[in-house]
Design a protein around this ligand. Sequence first.
Ligand code: SDX
Length: 380
Amino acid sequence: MEHTIYRGLEGVHIDTTQICRIDGLKGELIYRGYDIRELADKVSFEEVIYLLWHDDLPNAAQLEAFKTELRPHFAVPDAIFNLMREYPKTVHPMHVIQSAVSILAAFDDQADDIGLDNVRRIGAQLVAKFPTIVAGFERVRQGKEPIAPHPDLGIAANFLYMLTGETPSEAATRVMDVALVLHAEHGSNASAFIARATASTLTDVYSAISAAVGSLKGPLHGGANAAVMKALEQIDSVANVEGYVLDTLAKPAGRVMGFGHRVYRVLDPRAIILKGVSHQLAEESGDSKWFDMSLEMERVMEREMEKKGRQVKPNVDFFSASVYRMLGFPGDMYTPIFAVSRISGWMAHLYEQYADNRIMRPRLIYEGPVGRKFKPLAER
Ligand code: SDX
């Protein structure tokens, strides 16, 4: 019997969803009916989390109640910071997040309850704790004490506050909110798929989220933003960009990080917004080095992909690299920041998966040997 193989599950739809729609030909992204270009600089990350987890944006009273629900969950057990102090300085921050998720599971005596109310309780805990974990690790690895979350600040401002102890400016908070809104949700991307596939065995939320964190870390997925900055730092000037791109494309299966997408065949709408943010930060800071290099890389890739007849455009990770650099984050923090946002999308997918589950179990077509004659060890 002939089987069709969909490598990388390209084009395969695993279920229906109410959360998000991506139109790869038009370059459109909607969260529960709202166009991302409408939402990006008009709502806070908390409003988007509420939208992803309910069926509409919150009104003022609902938003206030949601923020009140999250606030007590910002704090994390000392065990997490104590473990961070034991880690080698070289540990990858995504491993720190993954282990923190497991510690949170250990301290939650309801961890294994996958009833919807409990899943929502855990979701609120995780979305509130991820910023504290990431900011706390950055402080600990600098040999500093973690800063307790500020009771009056929202997630975006609190994340920046917990890094420095200074209340961030309106402008910096706005940029952080835009970045978190843009990275919150993107359909069945690899890490969301892994979250759903893991939850489909009816294991607990923490196990599913830990698996998703591991998937996001990969350079073909959420790890790409850090890889973009690593490349830009290695290139170090606009004049060297063209040579780098040509050398990379000349390598077998060479990939220029931050470009290409399995679904978008035109510019990722999030990249367009982040390009504008990067430009604005470059103008405000007076240092346009990383933005200028990014523009040059986009130009050369456009030209080279045209020659190859390929639609390979900047994705969300491309301009977010220069944005995070100009916000002062170290390169290996870019993917953790992605996780601080995407935990909201992963939880939305878990709500859907647990509510109407079927275990995910794809097939492989065996092409190995058959009918081999067994020989005992003494005869092999
Ligand atoms: C994210 O899925 C999501 O929605 C993810 C995400 C989200 O919000 O969750 O949007 C976030 O992960 C964005 C992607 C970040 N990753 C990168 O920037 C890594 C670099 N990109 C590529 O590795 C690649 O484009 C992927 C992984 C993003 C997509 O992989 P596909 O769909 O398997 O595409 P492919 O590798 O088969 O490439 C198809 C063609 C190839 O041409 P041929 O070899 O067939 O001639 O396009 C070319 C590739 O050469 N191509 C690239 C390229 N990406 C695709 N060529 C050069 N550089 C690239 N980056």
